[in-house]
Write a protein of this length. Sequence first.
Length: 591
Amino acid sequence: MSMFTEDTLETNYKGNALLKLLTYMKPYLGQFILCLILILALTGFDLYRPMLIGDAIDLFEADGNYDVIIDTSIKYAIVLILSFVFNISQTWILQKTGQQIILSIRRELYIHIQSLSSRYFDLTPVGKLVTRVTNDVEALNEMYSGILVRLFRNIVKIVSLAAIMLALDWKLALISFLLLPAVAVLTVIFRKIARETYRLSRTRLTDLNTFLSENISGMRIIQIFGREKRKYEEFDDKSSKLFQAYYREMMVFAVFRPLIYILSVVSLMIVLGVGSREVLGSVISIGTLYIFAQYIQSFFDPIQELAEQFSTLQSSIASAEKIFTILNEEPLVKEAEHPALLPWIQGRIEFSHVWFAYDGENYVLRDVSFVIEPGQKVAFVGATGAGKSSILNLIGRYYDIQKGNIYIDGIDIRLLSKKQLRSAIGQMQQDVFIFEGTVESNIRLYDQEITLEEVRAAAEYVNASHFIERLPQKYAEPVSERGAAFSAGERQLLSFARTLAHNPSILVMDEATANIDTETELLIQEALEKLMEGRTTIMVAHRLSTIQHADCIMVMHKGKIRERGTHQELLAQNGIYKKLYELQIHHEVLS
C-alpha cells in the first residue's frame, strides 16, 4: 500500500476534471463545426457571387432582401458561438467545482479514518474502507458536477412550459396534466425501489472488495493449502451477487423510463382527441393545437431526463449514506479539549488499579498496578492471553481503560496530547509493516526533519547498514508493498533503524526478536543495549533468555501481575516464572 500524498489527490482531481470536460463537450462539437461552416459560407459568399448565374442572382435580389438574410445569418452565428463558449464555461466550472468537492471529501474522509481508534480497525475490514474512499466518493462526482444543475434546469423548464400552456388555453392545459398524478406516483415508487437497489449494490461491491483485499493479501496461504478452487467459488458467488444487484438497477431504470414515455404518448393522444373536436368547433385554432402538441413533447422530455437523473442521484445518495456512516463514527480514544504538552517526556510510567477489556465486558487486565522509573528496563512474561501486549497498547493510548489510571511523568495520559505521547514511544513489534517507497522513506516515514545522515547513522547503529549497503541503490532502493523482497530479519532491522531515527524516550518491544535468526540477533543485541541506555524500556518476550538482564520482570497470569522481581529473585521464589524457565530450558535441551 503506497502512502497517502497530496500530489496524488491533486493529479487525480485535475485529470478527472479534464476528462469529464471532454466527455460533456462532445454534444456541442456539432454546433462548433456548424458555426465554422456558416462563418466560412458568409465570408466567402461575396467571393463566389460573380460565379453565380446573372439571371438567378438578379431574381434573388429582386424578390428578397439579401442584406436581411446576411444580417440574420450573422446573428445566428453569434448566438451559436456564444452558446458554445457558455457551454464550455458551464461544463468547466461544474466539473472543476465537482472535482474540488470530491477532493475535499476524500481528504476529510482519510483524515477522519486516521483519527479513529484501533478498536474500529480491529472490527472493520480494510476492503470496506478502501471502497468508501474510492468507489463511493467517486459515485458522488456525477451528482455535484452535473445532476444538481440539470435537475434544477429541468424543473424550471417543466414549470415554465406548464405556465405557458395555461396561458394559451387553461382547459386544454389541464387536460394535458391529467396524467401528472400517475407520473408523481411512479416517481415516488421508483425513488423508493431505486434507493434500496443502489444501497444493495454498494453493499455487494463492498463485500467483493473486502474479499479481494483479504484474499490477495493471503494468497500465499491459499496456494500453500491448495484452496484456489474453493476461494474461486467464493469469489464467483460474491461476483454473481454483485451482477444481480447491478442487473436489478438496470431493470428498475429500464421499466421506469418507458412508463413515463407511454404516459407522454397517452397524454398527447388525449390532447389531440379533445383538441381536434375543439378545432372542428372553431373553439381553438389549428395553430394552438399544434403548439400544444409540441409543448406536451417538450413537457415530458425533461420528466424523462429526470428519470435518468434520479437514477444517478439515487446511486449517489446510496454512496453518501455509506460515506457518512464512517464520518459519523466517533473515535473511542478522544483528545482532551486542552491537552497538556510536556517540555520533554522523561519516561516514568505508572499503572494504578487498571482494569481493561477490549469489548468493555471481558476484562483482559484486572487491577494491575506498577511503576516504571525513567531509564528502567522492565519485562513482562506469561502465557498467551495473559495481558502482556495489552499493557503495551495502553501505554500508547491506542485504547482507553475502563477503570483506574495510567500516568506518564505524573500526568494522566488522557490529559496528554496523543501526538506527543506516541511520538515519545518507539514501538518495535514482531509483525513489522514496511511501506511501498524506498529504504530511506521507510526509516524516516516521510519526516523531513530527519536528514539522510541521521538515517544512515541509525541504520549503522543497529547494523541494518550491513544489508542496505549491498543493495543496488542502497538507501534509494525501491521497496515493494510490505517489503516482500526483504527477509523477516531485514524487515526487523529496518524497524529498529526507524525507531532509533525518531529518537523516542520510551522503548516498547513486543517479541521484537522473535522472527530474527540467532546470527542476526547477535548482531543487534549490542545495538539494543546501547539503544536502551537512558531510555525507559518495556519488553514482552517468550524467550526468557532475552530478558534476563531486565531491572524488573513481571509475571502475568490471567490479567493480573502474579510475581515481580529480577531474574534471580524470581527463580528463588519457586513460582510461575521458575516453571516457565525450567520448561524452556528443558525444551532447548531436547532441541
